[in-house]
Unconditional design. Sequence first.
Length: 454
Amino acid sequence: MKIFISTILALFAIPAFSQINFVRKSTWEEVATLAKTEKKLIFLHLEDDKCEECNEITTKAFGSADTKDVFGQNYISVKANLETAEGQKFAEKFEIKAGPVSLFIDAGGNILNRFNGLAGAGFMYAEQAEVALKRRSGKQLNDYAREYSSGVRSQKFLEEYIVKRRQAGMPVDELLEKYTGGLPLDSLSSFRVVKFIYMHGPSLDSKVYKAIQAITPRQMIDSMYKSSPYQEAVAMNNAIISATMQKAIAKKDRNLAYQLTYFVQNSYNPDHFLGMMAGQRNMLRYLYEIKDTTQYIRETAQFVDGQHMRLTADSLRRMDDRMMNPPKVAAGSKTKQARPQMMPQSVFIHMDLNEHAWHFFQMSSKTDDLERALKWSYQSQEFFNNLYRNTGHPMRLGNPAYIDTYAQLLYKLGRKEEAIEWQTKAVEAQKVTGTPHASFETTLEKMKEGTLLK
């Protein structure tokens, strides 16, 4: 089973006492009419069937007391599955490619805020809802779209429109091109202008990005990153990475994906190991998303066997300590001071092992591939259990998603009795966390019936 970083947060969710009241409306027109009548905004949550546990986690979050007031008083709430005709219509209207995703919209169809992925804690959805409420007044996306269609192209207007589209999670490449094309020649030497562009994610192959690389002094770009708060510097890089990855996947542009890998690697300077790991993760994600099974399996095997499987729990602890508490660089040294990492690297290592093992389960039926994935899956559990034993971690019987992956690989390899034994462990491990476990039990029942892969 694939697990998300946000799934970890679900373990600390507040128990459910009340819930968001989702109305049964099948069309946008019905939802918008109701919202206008009650003078409320719209909360639209779109999920899919690719991760049943994810849907269970969000259901618990929506049942949190944190969501009651803000959603009950201010929102008409609708939930739809992207696999259904109803969900597909919503997805088409708001240009949604995949779930889970949550949209906060006004009755006119303007997206005020967007939350990609899932959260297990209700307060996280409540915070996003409050952000949308603050944006409900003033000029909205549809207003900007009409003005843009009529030919408005002033610098101030384009900056505002770009911000609005980014808040809605919509692409801005075309607008960034128009924005840059209308600037005075010396504008790309302006700290403010260049930072604005970087914050809004120009793709690496865009004319905007290439122009900045050609015109803007390198020292100014370096200064921009150094003078920005750490979170802001990370946000700039992530915006560029996200826009480039989306374009590379949409176009199946391998050269652009390789260019992104190089960019990611350099962003971790001076830690070349971290850069290599992050860059390769991006490349594997690209191969997985474009469904290049042969290349994905080949490169993943080389990456995981060559890096992850050579590590030990002790080496991960040392790595975490070094990266969370980097040594101080002496004053006057030319060596760049490394910044503390926001999350231990060990988390990404055992998550990588589980994720790639799960992808092999999905993508291959070859015994050699599945046996290799089984070793990765087992190692992900070993790392997790060694790192968190005696720490008070809520997953005291092991990581349920990792155990689930191991069980399903056993089943696909024809080792049914072992699979049932391990899936039973997954169910129990999930139960002790206090989070929903129905999907684990469903998998267990299908294993017993012999219908899991049918």
